[in-house]
Write a protein that binds this ligand. Sequence first.
Ligand code: NAP
Length: 656
Amino acid sequence: MDLSNQIERAAADPAALRNAVSGAHIVPLLMSYVHLTGDKSFFERVRPHVQGGWDYQQHIPAELQAEIREALVNAIERLASEGGAVHREPSREELKEMMDVACGADVPEKYLPIFYEETCFGGKDYRAVEWRKPVAKEKLDQFQVVIAGAGFSGIVMGARLKQAGIPFVIIEKNDQVGGTWYENTYPGIGVDTPCHFYSFSQMPNPDWPEFFSKGPELYAYINRIADQFGVREHIRFNEEITAAEYDEENCKWLVHSRKSDGSEETLVANAFVSAVGILNRPSIPNIPGIDSFKGASFHSARWDHSVDITGKRVAMVGTGASGIQIAPAIADKVGHLTIFQRSRHWIIRHPMYHEHVPEAVTWATKNIPYYQEWFRFQLFWAASDGFHPTLRIDPEWTDLEHSLNAENAKMREELIEYIKSELGDRTDLLEKVVPEYPPFGKRMLRDNNWFRMLRQPNVDLYAGDIDHIEEDGIVAGGKKYPADVIVFATGFHASKLLSPMNIRGRNGVTIRELWGDDDPRAHLGITVPGFPNFFVLYGPNTNLAHGGSAFFHSECQVRYIGEALREMLENGWDELEVREEPYEAYNEQVDNEHRQLVWSHPGVTSWYKNKNGRVIMNSPWKLADYRHFTADIDLAEYHCRRLPDEEAGEAAGGTR
Ligand code: NAP
């Protein structure tokens, strides 16, 4: 929307404007004011009170906040009476200064492009595929991309291809879009990243009901992206890609799929993109006696809503990100809840985790120019790279069993204090819940009233291994815990990436032969030598574990893939394949980084590592660095080839 219209709309309802300005977050309001007026006179007074993080709002003195709020209302009303305002692009220096004040930090230059891209600042879509030379329509029409999976990565990939006019089809095994957000319907399901930032940059959502919204909201949001960008009509539902092989002679992928009626089909594609994710094949542990259980049992990602758990004795196995959301959501409903915790997990509080988005914030997000952009960027800053330096091993540090460095040790102490305050008089639980290993070694969980739930009289926590399962309960530590229902919140088969698809590249080599069962590698997590024109979204070493939003990483990868396809089309290349050397070098860098980071800690077992202890899932990089690596494809890292008959018709050589 044009800025003048926005100003006019914001000023049209003075009561609503005042109400929103008085209730919305002060820093985005201040930045809105600075954009609109160029007046930075508040900066010096605000600067000492903002320290990034989540609770910046509270530290700015009330009188100063009132002045800023009043100044913004006046500015909007004045601009409206003068007929509007013109969008002003701040200079790099100005933007950097604004970011520093907004985040209460010396924000490095590398975050400047992120601001523009994440917020589509000034209405510009920085991550779109931009053509640099014309590509004949018939060439585009003949090109075909096959995408596996219609979770949010696949949908965002589709949206970008649609914008660029590149033909594509998405093959989705389910009957709906959404992936994780469709398959997981367990009680309490929600996101751990603030939604105003966990969203597609091209389609911010001002209507999130909660700062950390629940599963159904996210599912609905992904559906809206699919519709708004015209992606849905390209999706073939109830169809699963079983195998794909590269036809070297024609530089095409032959992608084999099976429909729900059992019929099979082979699609021919110039490029094949996997967007299947890594957390979609539930893992139920092979506990002795598991089949003898006579009650209902199911995995967290396959919640059986036909089972009424009201008043029942429920056993929940697993206390990871899923378990921590489930137990507090069902504890009041069940008769008794026994939680089986194999290892302890660190849990952190977030002040906004249970907060509904106030009406004032929603109104400001929709109507006050630049509010949404700055709110998003502030959340990005607070939720992304801040902790990263604290997850690196200090070589001088002596207490490596419990922490990595002074900051990490401090965090450990703060987390323990928090746990103590939540457990209150239930000090007996302390020993069971405080992990030995350093904070962030496993996924850092968000407190969903977990410790308070543990205090409930109908809840028991068993810490240790399960012996076996019997027809009416679980036996652990030699004691039987009767159960009517067992919930397995036991995670996913993540390490066997891309399975069960059988992907066969050059010379008939399969991805399993290259990666084995659990040692996947890719250049930037996206491309693999021997597998030309094949791209992976959410591939090896791209999972974010220090912070950030999976949408952000996905968008980085989607942009990179979009650029690769653009290069193929603009240059008439039929084949684009990453060279061995950059792939090896990149993976060596990844491994070297990981050796110094928390996820390699020997005291930690997690789905982030393979059986040899190599971290295969997580990205070792800051978001800003990964964005930098993926912002422009470096063609020197690729072999590019044109088919011989096409070469014959062209003056220039066909390879590079
Ligand atoms: P998970 O993190 O892998 O946790 C699985 C849990 O099951 C762990 O506590 C694990 O214990 C336990 N377990 C596994 N096998 C067991 C066995 N044989 N006996 C006893 N316990 C066993 O799985 P998840 O909770 O489904 O989460 C997976 C990932 O999904 C998360 O890391 C996150 O990336 C994503 N997720 C995100 C959200 C969110 O954003 N809100 C919510 C849910 C999931 P150990 O720790 O000892 O292995």
